[in-house]
Design a protein around this ligand. Structure first.
Ligand code: NDP
Length: 609
């Protein structure tokens, strides 16, 4: 909401060759030969912890047997946006099916203390103008976002149809009835004409394969299943008073951990923060929404803001274009634009521009390292908290309390980078550098199955298209799609998320456009009296070829990046790398789809009556 967003002050002359070498060394010492395989499937108590819902009781119900037009697998943002567009397109016989007890997806499950969205809420919360809603502050609290999901679901009447506390266990295409047979953990047999995979990115908690992890006798839980019975407090009032006599360890220093750590530091008798790779943690500055600013907004403002955010975060700001977002995501573009302005916007080749951008990147990262040094009193701890990699190798973060937490006498940073993660766990706690640290509780802020094998990510045991072919085999070498939303051999099946499509800085905008396009295809199929829609092999091959030809080669950048789920744990050019998106960019991808829709011939799709 800052009206004048100024460039930041960054150190002038970073020694780029020296920094590049330092980044390279840091990357090398973090690369793991077992990449994704370093994570394990939970068993025993931990598996129960994932399956069970700590937030809402499971209400018994009879199994369903029904014919349905559209099954939407997932009731988080992608499922909500898909349903919104289906409804607008006149398709009303649909249901959400979700493991959770309500709408919200990640915002349902994650209730850990300090939970907030790291993105500008005026961009992130979709449909603000239509809903007549305004977030209370720039970075909304998790609870506000969760309640907003519910508000949308109520307004558009998604509730009566949704099946909650229901896990999809199998999906099989039945050629005889030309429908998907969807089986669930509640014994349902749903025969869905169409299925939309809106199962999200951060749906399955990930557990590091620490030797001895299952030997630990204390309390363990993942941050996405926060145990307030154990810690005390609640989402509404995170006073973790039951930790007053407890020694606690938190594993990880990613987006989740940096938000929860200040609360643990405040309430636990002793806190160990087990860090493998430091994050960038900038200042937060989270002002309440200014009513005077709201009064100035004109219709269409949210789309404009999202477009500005996208350009600043993922492309660049042109002459005279303001940075409306003004945060860590847009700093490089803002500083770069100021530099270009001062130089009179010289004509530069792409390579020259990228070199200039790289220097700004090094300077911003240096500023962020200096921030850690300035805020953490103990020099060794401050040094260990400094991130050594390029911006966007990991998700950039902001938090005002994370660094000061390390100035508390009861908080200790344990740098586990040398052992490539927590060395081992025992009955009593964890091992580090040959020393056993006894703790009462281990909290895993270890992330989600974002880029692991598809079957692990989706968690649906059986997923078979035409001829009983498994999607996991079909996509074993990576995705093959038509426009990122359908694949040959899996008729009437639609995908959302990060698969061979356009990438937008606002996730919910991306899901929204996908939902819109999917709703168009489904409604057009029905209008034409068809039962089946599927991309032809030729159309799919042509799209995949085009996608590969125009793909932006980010392998050099990735080779200099620390491993993370942003970089597929360091695997350069991994087939399922998260951000392998349409090379010419978001706007070009939307134009491609829009032109395709305008032609109204569903070119490339085969319809069957
Ligand atoms: P991340 O995957 O970002 O972080 C996981 C953390 O666990 C990392 O610090 C990782 O270290 C560490 N880790 C994993 N294995 C080990 C191990 N064996 N030993 C020690 N440490 C280990 O997960 P988060 O839950 O933090 O965030 C996931 C995503 O969720 C975010 O990137 C973001 O997209 C979203 N999110 C958004 C929020 C928001 O908007 N406010 C808040 C929270 C989450 P290493 O880096 O070395 O792999």
């Amino acid at each position: 909401m800052k009206m004048n967003c100024e460039p930041t002050h960054t150190p002038d002359q970073p020694d780029i060759p020296a920094l590049r070498e330092k980044y390279r060394q840091e990357r090398e010492r973090r690369i793991q030969v077992d990449g994704q395989k370093q994570y394990v499937r939970p068993t025993g108590e931990f598996a129960e912890n994932y399956e069970a819902d700590p937030h809402l009781p499971v209400v018994p119900r009879d199994p369903l047997s029904e014919d349905l037009d559209v099954a939407i697998l997932g009731a988080g943002w992608s499922g909500i946006m898909a349903a919104y567009h289906l409804r607008n397109a006149g398709v009303s016989t649909f249901r959400h099916i979700d493991h959770a007890g309500d709408f919200g997806g990640v915002w349902y499950w994650n209730r850990y203390p300090g939970l907030q969205c790291d993105n500008d809420a005026y961009c992130y919360l979709p449909l603000l103008e239509e809903m007549g809603f305004m977030p209370s502050k720039k970075y909304a609290d998790g609870q506000e976002i969760y309640e907003y999901c519910q508000r949308i679901a109520k307004r558009f009447e998604f509730y009566g149809k949704a099946l909650f506390h229901t896990l999809v266990t199998a999906m099989r295409w039945d050629e005889g009835i030309k429908r998907w047979r969807v089986s669930t953990s509640r014994g349902d047999e749903i025969r869905a004409r169409f299925v939309i995979m809106a199962n999200g990115l951060l749906n399955i908690p990930k557990l590091p394969g620490i030797p001895g992890i299952h030997d630990f006798k204390g309390r363990m839980f993942h941050t996405a299943r926060w145990d307030y019975d154990y810690t005390g407090g609640s989402r509404e009032k995170p006073v973790l008073d039951r930790l007053a006599d407890k020694s606690v360890a938190i594993v990880g220093t990613g987006a989740t951990a940096i938000q929860a750590t200040p609360y643990l530091g405040k309430y636990a008798r002793q806190l160990y923060v087990l860090q493998r790779t430091p994050s960038t943690v900038d200042e937060r500055s989270n002002p309440p929404t200014d009513p005077d600013w709201v009064k100035t907004l004109k219709p269409g403002w949210q789309k404009e803001r999202q477009a500005n955010f996208h350009r600043a975060a993922m492309e660049f700001l042109g002459p005279g274009e303001p940075d409306a977002i003004c945060d860590i995501w847009t700093e490089i573009s803002r500083n770069l634009a100021a530099e270009m302005e001062a130089a009179g916007w010289p004509q530069e080749s792409f390579e020259q521009f990228m070199t200039r951008r790289e220097v700004v990147d090094y300077r911003v990262m240096e500023r962020l390292r200096n921030r850690a040094a300035a805020m953490v009193k103990d020099p060794a701890t401050a040094e260990a908290l400094k991130p050594w990699y390029r911006f966007l190798c990991k998700r950039p973060l902001s938090n005002d309390e994370f660094y000061p937490t390390f100035n508390r006498p009861n908080v200790k940073l344990i740098d586990v980078s040398a052992s490539l993660g927590v060395q081992a766990m025992t009955e009593k706690g964890f091992m580090h550098d040959g020393v056993e640290y006894a703790v009462d509780c281990m909290i895993f802020a270890s992330g989600f199955e974002v880029t692991s094998d598809l079957d692990r990510r989706w968690g649906i045991n059986v997923f078979e298209g035409r001829g009983g072919k498994s999607i996991y085999r079909h996509w074993a070498e990576g995705p093959k799609t038509f426009h990122g939303i359908m694949t040959h051999g899996f008729p009437n099946q639609f995908y959302t998320g990060y698969i061979q499509g356009g990438l937008n800085a606002t996730t919910t905008e991306q899901f929204g456009r996908q939902g819109y396009h999917i709703a168009y295809v489904i409604s057009e199929t029905l209008k034409r009296g068809a039962k089946v829609v599927e991309p032809s092999q030729a159309a799919q091959d042509a799209y995949v070829k085009h996608f590969q030809e125009v793909e932006f080669d980010s392998s050099q950048f990735q080779r200099e990046c620390t491993p993370s789920y942003f970089t597929n744990e360091g695997q350069v050019k991994a087939p399922w790398a998260l951000f392998r998106s349409y090379g010419p960019g978001w706007t070009a991808f939307q134009k491609l789809l829009e032109d395709w829709r305008t032609r109204q011939d569903l070119e490339g799709l085969v319809l069957e009556q």
